[in-house]
Design a protein around this ligand. Structure first.
Ligand code: 13P
Ligand code: SF4
Length: 322
């Protein structure tokens, strides 16, 4: 068994029933598995809870299991560790980063904050623990509008790191938040022409768009929202066909919830591929989840001093989302 690469490496015996082994190990260790909607279907099926960033943070806060496995990306593991510092928090692959979180190094944000004195710092949850420690309120795409909208209209705000989500909130609330210039490599690369073409082929289809997408793509939307909002809207609407402009993992839960409806992934600009995957989310595999539970590795660690500072803005978010 080796872990030098950021995940456990071990040959898995041919024919081993990974799903059954994962279930057995979860019971044996009283471990719980959380998964984001962007992970592959097998991981979502093996998880105890599947959700968007907000739901996963809300669930993590209430858990009492000694071992928590977060199948998502590294910042999600850090968020769980910050909320549950006395528990062992594991991720199947420490290499599961996030281009959006990487676009905002803590040292650069610190300088940006110094250049804008008197501003409240609001950070999207897609940030490192070090960035959260510099933040006044954390938000997710599921609660950002509500939280920003609840602040006094003249409050000066820095919002980061997603310029598209920030721009969307400004457009909806009339605020003029100062935006960090970051973006997600998945949500930035949907093809406008591709969505228009799909719309011509499926004139009845409604277009669902995540707010991390740029404004021109959002203009094509029938509904803009976080993954959980898009899911709910698709399930509750009378429409039968949807073009989905967010990471393609969400289609697994959409099809499970609405087996009688059709979900078409919006294509990325690179037309070689029909749908848009987050390569980091897809590093979560059943084999890695099995080995993570077996060896309780790799573990997410966060400096206790950072936990102390990063916890408050996450708790503020959870309080303000009630
Ligand atoms: P939500 O889970 O808030 O919809 O965020 C999407 C995302 O990009 C997570 O990495
Ligand atoms: Fe980060 Fe984008 Fe992947 Fe979400 S989809 S984890 S924002 S890179």
């Amino acid at each position: 068994m080796k872990t030098d690469k950021g995940f456990v490496e071990e040959e898995i015996p041919a024919g081993l029933d990974l799903k059954a082994e994962i279930k057995r190990l979860k019971e044996e260790k009283n471990a719980v598995v959380l998964a984001h909607y962007y992970t592959v279907g097998d991981i979502q099926d093996a998880a105890d809870f599947v959700g968007d960033s907000l739901a996963l943070a809300q669930i993590a806060e209430k858990l009492d299991n000694p071992v928590i496995v977060m199948c998502g990306v590294h910042f999600m593991g850090e968020t769980v560790k910050i909320l549950c510092p006395d528990r062992k928090v594991l991720v199947p692959d420490l290499n599961a980063g996030c281009s959006l979180a990487d676009s905002c190094p803590a040292r650069d944000l610190e300088r940006f904050i110094a250049e804008h004195p008197g501003h409240t710092v609001i950070s999207y949850v897609n940030t490192s623990a070090d960035v959260k420690a510099l933040t006044d309120i954390v938000v997710t795409s599921g609660n950002a509008l509500k939280i920003v909208g609840s602040l006094p209209e003249d409050e000066k705000i820095i919002f980061g790191p997603d310029r598209n989500l920030g721009n969307y909130i400004n457009s909806q609330t009339g605020r003029r938040m100062v935006l960090w210039d970051g973006a997600c490599h998945v949500h930035e690369k949907f093809s406008l022409d591709g969505i228009v073409r799909l719309k011509k082929e499926h004139p009845e289809a409604k277009v669902l768009v995540h707010p991390e997408c740029p404004a021109p793509v959002r203009l094509l939307a029938d509904k803009v929202g976080s993954t959980a909002v898009l899911l709910k809207w698709a399930a509750e609407s009378g429409h039968k066909e949807f073009i989905v402009a967010t990471e393609s993992g969400i289609l697994h839960e959409m099809k499970r919830l609405c087996p009688d409806k059709t979900f078409i992934p919006a294509p990325p600009e690179d037309t070689a591929c029909g749908c848009n995957d987050c390569s980091y989310m897809k590093l979560n595999t059943l084999a890695k989840l099995y080995l993570t539970l077996k060896y309780e590795l790799p573990e997410v660690t966060v400096d206790p001093a950072v936990i102390d500072r990063a916890r408050r803005p996450i708790e503020r978010m959870l309080e303000m989302s009630k």
